[in-house]
Ligand binder design. Structure first.
Ligand code: FES
Ligand code: FES
Length: 168
């Protein structure tokens, strides 16, 4: 029997995008195969590695474990929506500056998990950083440089927020 199809709309990186999806189809599949956004990676496909992390309505989620139908009407942010090569997000710049990238496979998921953290808690403690990143695995770097990068980005984000506050 053919899988039932649903029409959904996602606010994807700020733009409304409509998709027709199967009942069992994951958000990760829609992002990679239908939206052409291949930044979120398919690692374990089991909710264990965090390579597929995106932000849905302000929360970091493993997109391999989210049914696309449940993303209907939600805001989804992917790595493609947060910075460009010319204007990287402070987290992207900090990962480069701290040498927190080797093969890079885990990096988009790491950055999205870190962004979700800094969006809700701009001054996380080391322990809070560790906890927020505990679902994201990296086979290459060790985690010290990643934690360092998040600390550096937090400082930049805080300075930027302060600057904006002063101007207001
Ligand atoms: S691919 Fe989703 S958690 Fe590993
Ligand atoms: S940089 Fe290779 S898995 Fe993290």
């Amino acid at each position: 029997m053919e899988e039932k199809q649903y029409h959904i709309t996602i606010q994807l990186n700020g733009e409304p995008r409509a998709f027709t999806v199967g009942e069992q189809e994951t958000l990760l599949h829609v992002l990679r195969e239908k939206a052409g956004l291949t930044g979120a990676k398919k690692g374990c496909d089991l909710g264990e590695c965090g390579a597929c992390t995106v932000i849905m309505d302000g929360r970091a989620v493993n997109s391999c474990c989210v049914f696309a139908v449940s993303a209907d009407g939600k805001r989804v942010e992917t790595i493609e929506g947060i910075g460009t090569e010319e204007h990287p997000h402070p987290l992207q710049q900090a990962f480069i500056d701290a040498g927190a990238i080797q093969c890079g496979f885990c990096t988009p998921g790491m950055i999205m998990a870190a962004k979700a953290l800094l969006d809700r808690n701009p001054h996380p403690t080391k322990e809070e950083v560790r906890q927020a990143m505990s679902g994201n695995l990296c086979r290459c770097t060790g985690y010290e440089k990643i934690e360092q990068a998040i600390g550096m980005a937090a400082e930049v984000v805080a300075r930027y927020a302060q600057g904006k506050g002063e101007q207001a």
